[in-house]
Design a protein around this ligand. Structure first.
Ligand code: PLP
Length: 362
């Protein structure tokens, strides 16, 4: 079975096997991690090592704090505004697809700052991305928010955005591509990501924050939403999502054993190229309208142009062990999410099925 879900998504089999073998007795403790106090030495050690391994994998500089929060990436849409827009008149928001559109619509709800539409990918029908040089941003804004990989529209900034000197901090929703390629963390003020795509189960949200920004977190923000309170209590302000953090830690170790992010980047590039080549060489039977320079290496969308055939594709592929290929509800068609834990063989199996399906119905 190959699982192409956009999230919660496939996890490395070896991680699930380790979790299974440790389910009733973690490391000789006689307990499952699920039933342990978050303040126990054992869990504190799990959390510590998860953070250290993530720091190693992403080469996170010392002046960045790492938190494992709850609430998903969606909570971050508001939390970044609550914490960092205090005293600012404007927030710059780049809209490039489904998720940044939602972020844009939510960000102003608990803030008086203007949520300024700095770029609108709608002009490209969400089939291409506004170049960073075209973003209408101001040095006086609290920050610039964007989504680096649009999970639904299958778009990705192939070149990692970087703002010129003197511009406000860049806040990046990296949910559907974190750890899939090398990024320079110091180009960002904040990186956040829900774990359930490229890292682990849902429930943990990774937030990487440049330390100086914490000075903006006012005491008036309730502690549970206040990044500073979480940092001051070493990520233990309240009960963190202990089990998802434990699984995430196993995934980090798996990534290290695979050669780290650089190696993932190489494999992910090959997987995406192989799949896009198959779509482009189908003589128009399979269509992907995303501009080649903006095609996501994580979420590959395609359709046949006939909704009945798309539905048939979704049904038949399922019976062949290729699961969850149906496109996002508002998009239709198909979507193959090919995160880190999807092996090249999974992509090859999908392509084989695509060719056979085309032979029968093309
Ligand atoms: N941002 C991106 C890029 C996503 O893909 C998703 C979920 O699919 C979200 C945000 C929302 O994440 P959550 O469900 O964790 O709030």
């Amino acid at each position: 079975i190959y699982n192409f879900s956009a999230g919660p998504a496939v996890l490395p089999e070896s991680v699930l096997r380790t979790a299974q073998s440790e389910m009733f007795d973690y490391n000789g403790t006689g307990f499952s991690v699920m039933t342990m106090s978050h303040r126990s030495d054992v869990f504190m050690s799990i959390l510590y090592h998860a953070e250290q391994d993530l720091r190693q994998l992403m080469d996170i500089p010392d002046n960045y704090k790492v938190l494992f929060l709850q609430g998903g990436a969606s909570a971050q849409f508001n939390q970044v505004v609550m914490n960092f827009a205090n005293g600012f008149k404007r927030v710059d928001s780049v809209v490039t697809g489904n998720w940044s559109e939602i972020a844009h619509s939510q960000m102003g709800k608990l803030s008086d700052a203007e949520i300024h539409l700095a770029a609108d990918g709608k002009q490209y029908h969400y089939q291409n991305l506004p170049p960073v040089s075209s973003w209408d941003i101001s040095p006086d804004s609290a920050f610039v928010h964007f989504v680096i990989n649009e999970t639904v529209h299958g778009l990705q900034y192939r070149e990692v955005p970087k703002l010129p000197e003197g511009m406000p901090p860049l806040i990046c929703d990296m949910s559907s591509e974190i750890l899939s390629r090398r990024v320079n963390v110091s180009d960002f003020g904040v990186i956040y990501a829900g774990a359930q795509k490229n890292i682990g189960p849902s429930g943990a949200t990774i937030v990487i924050i440049r330390e100086d920004l914490l000075e903006r977190c006012s005491d008036r923000i309730p502690d549970v939403w206040n990044y500073k309170s979480h940092v001051q209590r070493d990520g233990m302000y309240n009960t963190p999502a202990t089990y998802p953090i434990y699984i995430s830690g196993l995934v980090f170790r798996w990534l290290q054993s695979q050669g780290g992010v650089a190696q993932m980047e190489t494999i992910n590039t090959l997987k995406a190229k192989t799949l896009y080549d198959a779509i482009d060489s189908s003589g128009g039977f399979y269509i992907n309208n995303v501009h080649p320079g903006a095609r996501s290496k994580m979420n590959v969308i395609f359709r046949t142009g006939d909704t009945r055939l798309d539905e048939l594709f979704a049904q038949e592929s399922t019976t062949r062990g290729l699961r969850l290929l149906r496109g996002y509800k508002s998009m239709g068609g198909m979507r193959a999410s090919i995160y880190n834990a999807m092996p090249l063989q999974g992509v090859e199996a999908l392509i084989e099925f695509m060719k056979e399906f085309q032979k029968r119905y093309g």
